[in-house]
Ligand binder design. Structure first.
Ligand code: IMO
Ligand code: MG
Length: 423
């Protein structure tokens, strides 16, 4: 069975933990979009790991991890991750990690441009500053540098020269910056190429061959459905297709080979960075949930904005994402609440919106319509069976299921590996 895990909200839904659990039963785990803007946390015993580019299954012995062509790879960040794991006793060999020959490479000018563009913008996006947008932009404008280009010194030199020719003018004239030295970037990146070469291959051929050989694959989505470049809260989104559609273009595995789509859904909502957020808490609740849920970005350390569960979002994500099952994450964070609100629709200028409205004015000003439910007000972290959850917690889960219309198969009630209830 080939399974996709995607985030249904604005990222940070707990995909890392879910992937870590599900990867136990598959052969290969694949990242297919995004880059080092992602931060996927896996906790094993007293050890915490945060993955940005490596698939979260890298901790499991005998499993293969693939970084597909749809990912934008910052080689410096990737090598830091590989070296960091080696220091902790985990060796990422070429048998274990495969990198797509046609993935695009994040260059120093992408990272700098990400920051400069943000600074110039009146309406900031609040990017992670990892050069993601500029790298995807170069891919689409056809001046990007791919892994395969990096491995061929002549091709790399040629493409880098061409890029710097244009980009240095732009940096000087628009941003009053001095521009980049060809030699410095060339030397730095040919060094990375030497180290990454053993991992690089045609991962589309590898994955389709593996499927033909009856191997099972898990696709690890990064970010969330409302950060999708097409369906998210544009322009407050990331630069890739985070919905399930990204799997096929980002890995070369055809849609007919996907058997199941599982969405990670936080039991409440968070968002890091700017952009509309209809169910955002007031300051007091925001602080309370942020502290309880440790809602600080695992990539940038920024405080995440927190809010109530919003079924308008998830319903829409379920449509464009074809969700088969939901995994409700971090339910235990709500343990102490006396009452809990669920957003069922939005209201704006006398109109009710049950479907997610794309009009920027509406999303920014819409007032959520809430349904209130009593909290369970007791710790649930040690429970491992659905029927042993307090009635109020079960009711809350059933309500979410009813509002979204997709079965809830997993409920996470803590950060450790085994803190999960399968239904
Ligand atoms: P995971 O995979 C949450 C957000 C940024 C910003 C917007 C654009 O851990 O869920 P970018 O650097 O991608 O151009 O920033 O997207 N963002 C994320 N938010 N989780 C993530 O990844 C994110 N990756 C990007 O905060 O609002
Ligand atoms: Mg994250």
């Amino acid at each position: 069975m080939n399974i996709v895990v995607v985030g249904a909200q604005w990222g940070d839904e707990g995909k890392g933990k879910l992937i870590d659990i599900l990867s136990k039963d598959v052969d290969i785990t694949v990242r297919y979009q995004g880059g080092s803007n992602a931060g996927h946390t896996v906790i094993v015993g007293s050890e915490q790991y945060v993955f940005h580019l490596l698939p979260s299954a890298v901790l499991r012995d005998g499993k293969v991890c693939v970084i597909g062509n749809g990912v934008v790879i910052d080689p410096k960040a990737l090598l830091e991750e590989i070296d960091g794991l080696r220091k902790r006793g985990i060796n990422v060999s070429a048998d274990k990690l495969k990198i797509a020959v046609n993935s695009h490479v994040v260059m120093p000018y992408h990272r700098i441009l990400d920051g400069l563009r943000e600074r110039m913008r009146e309406h900031k996006i609040g990017t992670t500053g990892r050069g993601i947008g500029p790298c995807y932009a170069d891919k689409v404008t056809r001046c990007g540098i791919r892994m395969v280009d990096l491995l061929n010194p002549r091709v790399f030199a040629d493409k880098l020269k061409d890029n710097l020719h244009e980009k240095n003018e732009y940096f000087k004239k628009v941003f009053n910056q001095k521009g980049f030295s060809f030699d410095e970037i060339y030397d730095e990146y040919t060094g990375y190429a030497k180290r990454l070469k053993p991992y690089v291959c045609d991962t589309a051929l590898y994955l389709n061959g593996a499927i033909a050989a009856k191997k099972e694959i898990l696709f690890e989505g990064a970010q969330g459905s409302f950060l999708d470049i097409d369906f998210g809260t544009y322009p407050y989104v990331t630069s890739s297709n985070t919905i399930v559609g990204g799997v096929t273009s980002g890995s070369g595995v055809p849609p007919t080979r996907i058997d199941k789509i599982i969405a990670a859904v936080k039991a409440y909502t968070t968002r890091v960075g700017e952009g509309p957020f209809p169910t955002e808490f007031d300051v007091r609740m925001d602080n309370e949930i942020r502290t309880k849920g440790k809602e600080f970005g695992s990539t940038t350390g920024r405080a995440r904005r927190c809010g109530w569960f919003d079924s308008v979002l998830i319903r829409y994500a379920a449509v464009v994402g074809g969700f088969d099952e939901l995994a409700i994450m971090k339910l235990d964070v709500l343990d102490e609440l006396k009452s809990i609100q669920l957003c069922t629709a939005y209201r704006y200028k006398g109109k009710t919106f049950k479907d997610f409205p794309h009009d920027y004015e509406v999303v920014c000003n819409a007032k959520p319509v809430y349904e209130e439910m009593p909290g369970w007000q007791q710790p649930i972290g040690n429970i491992r069976e659905f029927k042993k959850l307090p009635r109020e917690a079960r009711d809350y889960i059933n309500k979410m299921e009813e509002l979204v219309g997709v079965p809830i198969k997993y409920v996470s009630i803590g950060s450790e590996r085994d803190a999960i209830i399968m239904r």
